[in-house]
Design a protein around this ligand. Structure first.
Ligand code: G
Ligand code: G
Ligand code: MN
Ligand code: NA
Length: 253
């Protein structure tokens, strides 16, 4: 309840902040995108990580206005970077079920990109497999609307859910994010290599981009590149960083 009350005022009090984690093309080592990760910084308290408040925001519906702010602020930031002449990276934004149930979500995404002068192809929307477990017809409708807009639809934490392969048949994704649980032991577990090779093979045959999460070492990075994974994300490249640091990373790149 303490968190819920605080969260109700977090937006108005401007206590929400976005961090950005670079996504790197494994062949060229260039930054091609970034995942947008929300943090909450209450006045005079320590930074609160998303796993402490996103579930509450989802249960209370507060994720709808908060998620709208995340998208707007991230697009504003990307347009600002563009104006500074940085590399034209993509934004990957996480969205939750209650947002996808909003009948005007697709319109909001389109209008927000337009308002900031960004082409639709600059945005990637990440959903987890749990989103797809939801039988709600409105969610399917929203996902189809997003695909029609020409934004990229990304399946997060791939391989950890229960029916991953049937989701690939039923929804048109553009990106598979290989869950970090497959990546973390990669260099010493041949089974993980086998599984990742299979995921990459499916992705290639379905013309999906693969992004490996949780890369923490040069060795994991090299193996993934060798296996044909296109893009990587993880502490090896950078932790999630504030906008100012991200701006510097794409200026140097
Ligand atoms: O930033 P990590 O470092 O702790 O993020 C943890 C999880 O919180 C991520 O896996 C992501 O799914 C979720 N998350 C982060 N930012 C957002 C956001 O803006 N919206 C939603 N719905 N989830 C987010
Ligand atoms: O949406 P998702 O749950 O995948 O968000 C990514 C989460 O993973 C964030 O909480 C982020 O801080 C975390 N993360 C990103 N890179 C790494 C990494 O290399 N190692 C670990 N352990 N966590 C990571
Ligand atoms: Mn994610
Ligand atoms: Na993930």
């Amino acid at each position: 309840l303490h968190i819920e009350n605080g969260l109700r005022h977090a937006l108005a009090r401007k206590e929400l902040v976005l961090h950005y984690q670079p996504q790197v093309d494994l062949a060229s080592m260039r930054i091609v995108g970034c995942e947008v990760l929300l943090r909450w910084q209450p006045q005079g308290e320590a930074l609160i990580p998303p796993d402490r408040f996103i579930p509450i925001a989802e249960d209370t519906g507060l994720i709808v206005p908060i998620g709208a702010w995340v998208l707007d602020e991230a697009c504003r930031q990307l347009a600002e970077w563009d104006a500074q002449g940085t590399a034209p990276i993509r934004l990957a934004v996480n969205v939750a079920v209650p947002q996808l149930r909003q009948p005007d979500f697709v319109d909001y995404v389109r209008d927000t990109l337009a308002r900031h002068g960004l082409s639709n192809a600059r945005l990637e929307i990440e959903v987890t497999e749990s989103v797809l477990l939801d039988q709600d017809e409105r969610i399917r409708h929203t996902l189809e609307g997003l695909v029609e807009l020409g934004i990229m639809l990304s399946l997060d934490d791939f391989g950890t859910g229960y029916a991953s392969l049937s989701y690939l048949r039923n929804f048109r994704f553009d990106v598979l994010k290989i869950d970090r649980s497959f990546v973390s032991e990669l260099h010493r577990n041949p089974d993980d290599i086998t599984l990742i090779r299979a995921i990459i093979s499916i992705a290639r045959d379905m013309s999906l981009l693969t992004i490996a999460e949780g890369i923490e070492s040069a060795e994991q990075c090299a193996i993934l590149n060798e296996l044909g994974c296109r893009v990587g994300q993880g502490f090896h490249f950078s932790r999630p960083v504030p906008a100012g640091v991200m701006g510097e990373l794409i200026t140097q790149d």
